[in-house]
Design a protein around this ligand. Structure first.
Ligand code: ADP
Length: 257
């Protein structure tokens, strides 16, 4: 238990360091981004405009990295009781203005009292990420469906790094009727910086999965080229008591707190 305590403390100081550092970095990056944007306005001097674009793009990438560092730091925070309803309400507010005319948004809560132990902001961020991806996968319009329901998780086929335990889960599904993905894309989804988009960061799904792992949950993907994609997040209703597993594994994913 003592070794475990030391490991937890070491992890917490790492998270604190990451949290502090990313906070300071963000404060540095924001004025840089502004500067990049103002340089972009110098249309009469293409060199300045190019410089502006460079500064802005680097700044953006930096902010993304800071953001994932912040999520990492937050992963170390204590869990609270999260209401699925509250997460979905916040999501629908956040999505206002981002849903194009051709996309129909359906948000469905199967059990009004559905709740789980975790972090509201992180899960909301996660769902927002998935929804924005879904919208981008439907340039010609379609249906974006977000459903929260009770679920059981089939733990007979877990990935090596997954720690999910049998028990009661909340399933958060984000399904689109968009372009779907090829086997190749499907296999590389969680690679850092893997993106098929101009200006994509390739960090969205990775940080989503990290958040889900830090909740003791798992993420599943179903996709059919030309038909659409469905992401399912399985979050345990209550955290397992015995969390004596490694906190950070080789690829840096979180496993508990
Ligand atoms: P980004 O959105 O910046 O590219 P992500 O990690 O969120 O980074 O996604 C990685 C890649 O996964 C995307 O570039 C895209 O090819 C694919 N992808 C993600 N969500 C979907 C989706 N709903 N439909 C089709 N492809 C998707």
């Amino acid at each position: 238990a003592e070794a475990e305590l030391i490991r937890v403390q070491r992890f917490e100081s790492l998270a604190m360091l990451a949290g502090g550092l990313s906070h300071d970095l963000r404060n540095l990056l924001q004025p840089l981004l502004l500067a990049g944007d103002s340089l972009l306005d110098y249309q009469e001097d293409p060199r300045l405009a190019r410089l502006g674009a460079l500064v802005r793009d680097c700044g953006r990438r930096g902010l993304e990295m800071v953001q994932s560092m912040l999520s990492f730091a937050r992963g170390a925070r204590r869990a609270e009781q999260v209401k699925a309803r509250a997460v979905l309400d916040a999501l629908s507010l956040l999505l206002q203005g981002s849903v194009p005319r051709g996309v129909q948004l359906d948000i469905e809560l199967n059990d009004a009292e559905l709740s789980f132990e975790g972090n509201h902001t992180e899960l909301q961020q996660c769902l927002l990420n998935l929804c924005l991806n879904a919208i981008q996968a439907m340039p010609g319009g379609g249906i974006l469906r977000v459903v929260a329901s009770k679920a059981k998780l089939d733990t007979s086929f877990l990935l090596e790094q997954e720690e999910a335990q049998p028990g009661d889960y909340v399933r958060l599904s984000v399904a689109d009727t968009g372009q779907g993905m090829s086997e190749e894309v499907r296999g590389r989804l969680f690679e850092p910086f893997f993106t098929t988009k101009d200006g994509g960061t390739g960090l969205g799904l990775l940080s989503c999965r990290r958040i889900v792992y830090s909740h003791g949950g798992v993420m599943r993907v179903d996709s059919l080229l030309g038909e659409g994609t469905c992401f399912d997040l399985y979050i345990p209703v209550t955290r397992a008591v015995a969390e004596t597993t490694e906190l950070v594994d080789g690829d840096g994913s979180l496993h508990g707190n």
